[in-house]
Ligand binder design. Sequence first.
Ligand SMILES: Cc1cc2nc3c(=O)[nH]c(=O)nc-3n(C[C@H](O)[C@H](O)[C@H](O)COP(=O)(O)OP(=O)(O)OC[C@H]3O[C@@H](n4cnc5c(N)ncnc54)[C@H](O)[C@@H]3O)c2cc1C
Length: 293
Amino acid sequence: DLAALAALTAGDALLPAGVLKRRADRSTSAALRRAGVSDAAVAHVLRPFLSGVFLEDRLETSARFFHLVWRSMVRGSLCLPADGIGAVPAQLAEGLPDGVLRLESPVREITPAGVLLEDGTETPAGSVVVATDAATAGRLLPGLSAPEGRTVTTYYHATDRPPLAEPTLVVDSAGTVLNTCVLSRVAPTYAPPGTALVSTSVLGADRPGTAGTVLRRLAELYRTPTGDWRQVAAYTVEGALPVMRPPWPLCRTTRHAPGRHVCGDHRATGSVQGALASGTRAAREVLADLARG
Ligand SMILES: Cc1cc2nc3c(=O)[nH]c(=O)nc-3n(C[C@H](O)[C@H](O)[C@H](O)COP(=O)(O)OP(=O)(O)OC[C@H]3O[C@@H](n4cnc5c(N)ncnc54)[C@H](O)[C@@H]3O)c2cc1C
């Protein structure tokens, strides 16, 4: 059993990404079975871990996406930006000339001349790139086929004593929670000194009673009383990831109509990498279209 998983992992780590992209696609669950990974290994380890990556627990997500993610995980290491994920767009924005970026300006509509903002301002634009979530992109660009989204809720608890000393992602084979970790052991900047910040995700929305169930499950998973933990936040993100059923093309064109482009994780893979790859492709395609005139 370990040999089957090791062979799958070695293939994903060593083969060029292009090979993974060209292979026939199937569900992750079918791919694991085909690779000879036992039902027990899937039930106890892979399903609990991967359901936190896919935000679904049937492993119906595209195996192409699974192999690409597995490849990244074995070739690199998991990390969090010290200043939070907002540091990534902030660094991208730093390279722009002054005055070209307008924040907090939601777009209501794409018009033939450009974009109409919610505040009624119209901005003319020959090229428009819609880089929103899939549902909004589907609304702004009629005719776009936008995938449905997966929903996740993350609970944040503060406690004076870290329940685990290591920066380890704990997965739950019972499926009550997706996963949990002491976030401040991964990124010490995420909590003031003397406080541990624990982050725990569950599938779906925050329903009545879920917060209590989560706290009780955390006591079992960390083998420590959690009655005095303080819930500092709970966020539900609808459309946190696109539904990626096979066959899932890992990257698709951003061209929607003349001068109208669309990019984002739903046009590539549901990940920061996918969003960046799709954004890069949009830039290339806009430049090519402008050069053609
Ligand atoms: C809790 C959680 C944890 C995650 N963890 C990871 C992880 O560890 N690794 C990983 O790779 N991925 C992770 N992801 C997935 C990752 O965050 C997404 O795949 C990625 O953010 C998608 O980027 P995007 O640019 O396509 O869309 P988004 O990040 O959703 O950006 C879309 C932007 O469009 C804006 N917008 C929406 N409507 C309008 C409008 N009408 N006008 C103007 N602007 C609008 C929004 O405000 C938003 O800023 C996680 C997601 C969640 C929710």
